[in-house]
Design a protein around this ligand. Structure first.
Ligand code: 4IP
Length: 164
């Protein structure tokens, strides 16, 4: 499949399980019409390594930037001043009927320009998706709450209307 974009981003762990750590990994992201895939990346050799995960683009509900809440310490933002959130409709049913909820995927771009470019391309890719939302969460999901509206459910409906 043809790659639309390829870029190294810092990805926040999605914390699919309650016990998952909150950490940040450098990953090579590849966007095609069907998928956003991310790979382990050898920064020294500039080479792609193993596939770590992917999101089916048809499941994406929203592609937006994140606004850090006013009190966010600057070290959490530095040196990546930009963010992308992807709200994926992420219900995976395993054989044992355990439901994983994927929630938001946070990706930190190295520059505002890269962020803008990816958001534009992603919006084109997802524009005909069935499940696009009209409301989103402008701030992070962190420590079990949405920082923008204090809701405690990861799947809680967005609190701000998207501008079109
Ligand atoms: C992992 O932490 C990595 O951050 C994973 O990212 C992440 O998966 C895991 O989150 C998280 O537990 P450790 O390396 O310390 O184990 P990656 O797969 O890119 O290495 P995702 O892909 O989901 O962010 P959970 O929620 O999948 O457990």
């Amino acid at each position: 499949p043809d790659n639309i974009l390829e870029e190294v981003f810092i990805k926040r762990s999605q914390q699919k399980k309650k016990t998952s750590p909150l950490n940040f990994k450098e990953r090579l992201f590849v966007l095609t019409q069907d998928k956003i895939s991310y790979y382990d990346y050898d920064a020294e050799k500039g080479k792609r390594k193993g596939l770590k995960g992917y999101v089916d683009t048809e499941k994406i509900k929203c592609v937006e930037i994140v606004f850090p809440e006013d009190s966010a310490p600057p070290d959490r933002l530095y040196p990546f001043q930009s963010y992308i959130t992807l709200y994926c409709d992420a219900f995976f049913f395993s054989v044992s009927q355990i439901i994983y909820d994927e929630g938001p995927l946070y990706v930190f771009a190295k520059s505002d320009q890269i962020r803008k470019h990816w958001i534009n391309e992603l919006k084109k890719v997802v524009r005909f998706n069935k499940d696009l939302v009209q409301k989103y969460h402008p701030c992070f999901w962190e420590d079990g709450i949405w920082k923008c509206c204090q809701q405690e459910m990861k799947q809680a409906m967005g609190c701000r209307v998207l501008e079109t």
